[in-house]
Design a protein around this ligand. Structure first.
Ligand code: TXA
Ligand code: MG
Length: 337
């Protein structure tokens, strides 16, 4: 294992989290803090990420601690360009094709680790593969370019909470636990990136997300395999069933409302009997991209209301609907702890 910058240490003890504007000065401050080994959240087109220098094990340890995330869960290394990504992992012709078709954008590729690559072992949770992403959000691009190192960035929420789609969600979860958040408004896509593993000549989907399956299969000219567990080490170890759990119980595919239930509706019809004060509609026109972009904010809003659980309307599973239904299923799963 290569331990880089072992002398860099994040500040100890509670910090007041700065909210940085997404201007030149704010970006420069964010990049400096990251280079110093501190934790800085920033917007990507999918959700806000909690960044740390991926080459600095001390910073990565602090990141796991701030999120309350189990250290066996590997992180995605974010870089600003395809060229930089190619230096981190081993890209087969198929992996390269996907990188060139969809980066920058809401796609994460898991490829074999480049032996000379700089990402520290802790950020990879000891795996010999690496998850890499080139986000297209202008603020993420600016932060990554200014930082000049790969940035590990899980979603900027406490482990087990819903992912943040605006800076206020980040502050709500991580205030006092991280150095700063760059304020970049609500995120465009709203659900995390699609994760595709390109290992051993197989192309498998590990997580549905912001890039629809159909777009990837069109470029590949073939159907994606389903991600499998690799022995004792699950392929996407972070895919715990209860990963996205709100406080209230969710009832999926609901076509009616039970007494006292809040309602997450979709499409022009809504759900019969829904209480207007307890209802939010992900997309009254039935637009799945709009629904994805609102999903986490609406789950948080409904979860904050006094209700006897949440009824969720049926949502079609094509396009971004696959990721929406995946997250809803996880939000509805019983807690592990
Ligand atoms: O949209 C996104 O992907 C956001 C933004 C911030 O980029 N990031 C994100 O990161 O969702 P995170 O840490 O919440 O989810 C990363 C997932 C986890 O389920 C993890 O287990 C999986 O990627 N992962 C990371 N490295 C892996 C590897 N080498 N093999 C398989 N799965 C991996
Ligand atoms: Mg996450």
């Amino acid at each position: 294992m290569t331990v880089k910058n072992p002398t860099k240490t994040p500040s100890s003890g509670p910090v007041k989290t700065q909210v940085l504007p997404a201007d030149a000065e704010g970006i420069e401050t964010a990049a400096r803090l990251l280079r110093e080994g501190q934790l800085v959240a920033f917007p990507t087109e999918t959700v806000y990420g909690l960044g740390a220098d991926a080459t600095n094990p001390v910073a990565i340890a602090a990141l796991y601690a701030a999120k309350g995330r189990p250290a066996f869960n590997p992180l995605i290394a974010h870089v600003a360009s395809v060229e930089e990504a190619l230096g981190l992992g081993i890209f087969s012709p198929v992996a390269r094709k996907l990188a060139e078709a969809f980066w920058p954008g809401p796609l994460t590729l898991v490829v074999p680790l480049s032996p000379a690559g700089p990402v520290c072992e802790l950020a990879r949770a000891g795996l010999e593969s690496l998850a890499i992403r080139v986000p297209d959000h202008p603020v993420a691009q600016a932060v990554l370019k200014a930082a000049g190192c790969p940035i590990a960035a899980p979603s900027a929420n406490r482990s087990g909470h819903v992912s943040p789609s605006c800076a206020a969600h980040v502050i709500g979860d991580l205030q006092g636990r991280i150095a700063a958040v760059v304020e970049g408004g609500p995120t465009r896509v709203g659900v995390e990136s699609t994760i595709i593993a390109v290992l051993d000549n197989e192309v498998a989907m590990l997580r549905p997300g912001g890039l629809p399956r159909e777009a990837i299969e069109a470029v590949l000219g073939q159907a994606l395999a389903v991600g499998r567990d690799a022995g004792s080490q699950p392929l996407a170890p972070g895919r715990l069933a209860s990963h996205y759990a709100p406080e209230h119980a969710l009832r999926l595919g609901a076509t009616h409302i039970e007494e006292g239930e809040a309602c997450l509706a979709f499409g022009p019809e809504g759900i019969e009997g829904a209480h207007p004060g307890l209802t939010l509609n992900l997309s009254p026109t039935g637009d799945l991209a709009e629904a994805a972009s609102r999903l986490y904010a609406f789950l948080r809003q409904l979860d904050a209301l006094p209700s006897r659980g949440m009824a969720v309307a049926p949502i079609p599973s094509e396009g971004l609907g696959e990721a929406i239904n995946d997250r809803l299923k996880r939000a509805a799963a019983p807690r592990l702890s």
